[in-house]
Design a protein around this ligand. Structure first.
Ligand SMILES: Nc1ncnc2c1ncn2[C@@H]1O[C@H](COP(=O)(O)OP(=O)(O)O)[C@@H](O)[C@H]1O
Ligand SMILES: Cc1cn([C@H]2C[C@H](O)[C@@H](COP(=O)(O)O)O2)c(=O)[nH]c1=O
Length: 217
C-alpha cells in the first residue's frame, strides 16, 4: 500500500541525507523515482546534504503541478515508481494535495522531507498540509542539540549571531556559521526555552563573558 510520509525535523537534522538514502535504497531495488526540491542551498535543481552528497533534482516552484508532472512522464513512457520531495515546507497546500492524490490514485510512495516551523515558530504552509494529510509523520532520529545541550526543537534566524524575529518567512540560509558572509542571514537550532528567550550561542557566550551578569541558563 503506497504512503505519503512526512519526515520532519529541525534544520541540520539529516533530512536531505535521509532523502538521498531513501532514493538510493529504492534505486538499488530496481525502482525509478523522481527527486524534487525547492530552494536548496546548493542552488536550483539540486538536493544537497551537509554530509557532502548532492544530486540533481527537479526544481519545484509555485507553478509545479506534481500530479501533471507524473502524468506527463508516464505518458512519455517514463517509469515513475516513487517521489522524493525535499524542502517540502516550501510547497503550497495544493501541491501537497497533489502528492496525496498521487499516493491514492496512482499508488506511488511519496517521501516528503522538511522543517515544520519557521524562525517565528509558525508552521510553513507545506508542512501544515503535510501534517494534516500524511499517512505518517516521522521525526528524524538524529537529535539536533541546542548550545545548552538540550534537544533542539526550534529554528532561529540570526544576523551576526543574534536572533531576529522580523522578516520574510522564506530566506534561504545555513546553520554553518564559518561559511557565511558577515551580516548574512544564518540559522541556529535551539531548544524552546532558549528560542523564546532569543538566546543563541553567541548571545549566551556574550552573557558569560560580561562579569556580574545574572546567568539565565
Ligand atoms: N562533518 C560531518 N561529520 C559527521 N556528520 C556530519 C558532518 N556534517 C554534517 N553531518 C551530519 O549531517 C546532518 C545534517 O544533514 P542534512 O541532510 O544536511 O540536514 P538537513 O537536510 O536536515 O538540514 C547533521 O545533523 C550531522 O548529523
Ligand atoms: C527556519 C527557516 C528556514 N528557512 C530556510 C533556510 C534553509 O534554506 C531551509 C531549510 O533547509 P534545511 O535543509 O532544513 O537546513 O529553509 C526559511 O526560509 N525560513 C525559516 O524561517
Amino acid at each position: 500500500m503506497a504512503e505519503l510520509v512526512f519526515f520532519a525535523g529541525t534544520m541540520d537534522s539529516g533530512k536531505s541525507t535521509l532523502a538521498l538514502q531513501m532514493d538510493y535504497n529504492h534505486r538499488r531495488r530496481g525502482l525509478q523515482g523522481l527527486i524534487f526540491s525547492r530552494n536548496d542551498r546548493a542552488g536550483t535543481g539540486k538536493l544537497s546534504s551537509r554530509l557532502g552528497l548532492q544530486v540533481s533534482a527537479v526544481e519545484a516552484d509555485d507553478t509545479t503541478d506534481f500530479w501533471q508532472e507524473v502524468v506527463n512522464r508516464r505518458t512519455r513512457g517514463e517509469r515513475v515508481d516513487y517521489l522524493v520531495c525535499d524542502e517540502a515546507q516550501f510547497y503550497g497546500a495544493e501541491q501537497v494535495e497533489q502528492l496525496a492524490r498521487l499516493v491514492d490514485e496512482m499508488n506511488l510512495n511519496v517521501f516528503a522531507f522538511g522543517i515544520t516551523t519557521d524562525f517565528r515558530t509558525r508552521l510553513f504552509p507545506g508542512s501544515a498540509r503535510l501534517v494534516e494529510l500524511a499517512d505518517r509523520v516521522e521525526q528524524l532520529q538524529v537529535e539536533t542539540l541546542c548550545w545548552c545541550g538540550r534537544r533542539a526543537t526550534h529554528n532561529a534566524r540570526t544576523i551576526g549571531g543574534r536572533m531576529v524575529t522580523e522578516g520574510e518567512q522564506v530566506v534561504v540560509g545555513d546553520t554553518v556559521a564559518e561559511e557565511r558572509a558577515e551580516g548574512a542571514v544564518g540559522y541556529e537550532v535551539l531548544c524552546r526555552r532558549h528560542h523564546s528567550r532569543r538566546m543563541t550561542s553567541a548571545s549566551a557566550h556574550a552573557v558569560e563573558l560580561s562579569p556580574g551578569t545574572l546567568q539565565l541558563g
